[in-house]
Design a protein around this ligand. Structure first.
Ligand code: PCG
Ligand code: ZN
Length: 387
């Protein structure tokens, strides 16, 4: 191990001496910004090459961390790396009003490359070879005719976990938002359990997987994905995955007329949708499941607000209003609000199965009919009029 560290240190000599010479220029105020920019870019490429090469060697994460430490990375950065990639607990963050120093920028570049590499390694390790059947199903993930039932069978009843994992790694959102792998697996397992709570024939985690895949297909095929930021894509996929979390298998009307606990909590307004949101966000309160633990406060606030708007708009009672608003927006060639567009897309994906191949549509219809009949049974004999 000492030998490996020695070799890597030797390879780092060129970028390190370049950085030192830039530092000297800055200290002497002999600064040509264009030159510095070019040098930084070149140095980052060198560092990247050294690290990517190193990633082929089997270094333990603790050793990597130690090496970063010895190169003088600020303690906040190593603390964060340690708490994200190892079992070490994070120390409280100290606030500082100081402007970032050049050395800190260099360290940030260094740490950034390190983080990307660690995420790639963690995710590759956590995704051992998928069964051939799963790989085969996922080949069609960009298609409208994607068979979510086949994926569910191939993944041993884990369609939602498998699909969400696939999509966020494809969009590279896991490394962009530094989603800890353990949080993601814990969170997705909990979400699937929530969907199974009421054993619904239709509103199951397979429906959530179907809506998530359909939304991805809409974003991709329409080209809208290029209009959105990574945060908006993350919010959209997350909203789709949780949009019916802990669905009770009954309608909002059923809740209102039976004066259910949820109807009382949410004052008869978008009763189920409010619960899906609240219960899913509650999962994130648990640090072991908080997949957004590394978002900045601003990113978190924006994501939360987008997800809330999107999931509330899956309430069927807002259908006509949404369609009318979008029509008038298009007719008057007004600027389209991104959150409104995303909400309408999620709602579209939610009711899309009649436009899918017959084998899929007929299966969804049978499941939904069965769920409606179960609800009728629950309401019998006193409350038949509203179901
Ligand atoms: N009438 C009818 N309703 C549907 C159909 N597919 C889905 N829905 C309903 O539309 C709702 C959309 O939101 P949900 O997924 O919560 O629940 C869905 C079902 O209640 C369909 O084919 N016909
Ligand atoms: Zn739904």
């Amino acid at each position: 191990m000492a030998e490996l560290v020695r070799i890597r240190k030797k390879r780092l000599q060129i970028p390190i001496s370049r950085l030192r010479s830039m530092l000297k220029q800055l200290e002497e105020k002999d600064v040509d910004f264009e030159e510095i920019k070019k040098n930084l870019d070149f140095t980052a490429s060198l560092l990247e090459a050294v690290y990517l090469d190193g990633s082929r060697q089997c270094l333990e994460s603790e050793d990597d961390l130690q090496q970063l430490q010895s190169d003088g990375v600020p303690s906040e950065v190593t603390d964060w790396l340690a708490s994200t990639f190892t079992q070490r607990v994070r120390r409280p963050v100290r606030r500082s009003d100081e402007k970032p120093k050049f050395r800190s920028i260099v360290h940030a570049v260094q740490a950034g490359i390190f983080v990307e590499r660690m995420f790639k390694r963690a995710y590759t390790a956590a995704m051992p070879d998928q069964p051939a059947e799963v790989v085969k199903c996922l080949r069609d993930v960009d298609r409208w005719s994607f068979d979510v039932f086949a994926l569910n069978a191939a993944s041993s009843d884990h369609a939602l976990q498998t699909l969400f994992f696939e999509l966020i790694t494809r969009y590279e959102l896991n490394s962009r938002f530094k989603i800890p792998i353990s949080c993601l697996t814990e969170f997705l397992s909990a979400v699937e359990r929530g969907y199974c709570k009421h054993n619904n024939p239709y509103h199951s985690h397979v429906h959530a997987a179907d809506v998530t895949q359909t939304l991805h297909c809409l974003l991709l095929r329409s080209g809208l994905v290029h209009w959105l930021t990574e945060l908006e894509v993350m919010a959209a996929l997350f909203a789709a995955a949780i949009h019916d979390y802990e669905h009770t298998g009954t309608t909002n009307n059923f809740h209102i007329h039976t004066k259910s606990e949820f109807a009382l909590i949410y004052n008869d307004r978008s009763v189920q949708e409010s619960h899906h949101l609240s219960a899913a966000f509650r999962l994130l309160q648990n640090d072991q499941m908080n997949i957004f633990i590394n978002l900045t406060r601003e990113e978190w606030m924006e994501l939360r607000s987008l997800v809330i708007e999107m999931v509330l708009s899956t309430d069927m009672s807002s259908h006509l209003l949404q369609v009318k608003a979008m029509k008038s927006c298009l007719q008057q060639q007004e600027r389209i609000d991104k959150s409104k567009a995303l909400s309408l897309l999620l709602h579209t994906a939610d009711i899309s199965h009649p436009s899918k191949p017959w084998v899929l549509h007929s299966r969804w219809t049978k499941a939904l009919m069965e769920e409606f009949f179960r609800q009728r049974g629950r309401a019998w004999p006193t409350l038949l009029s509203f179901v």
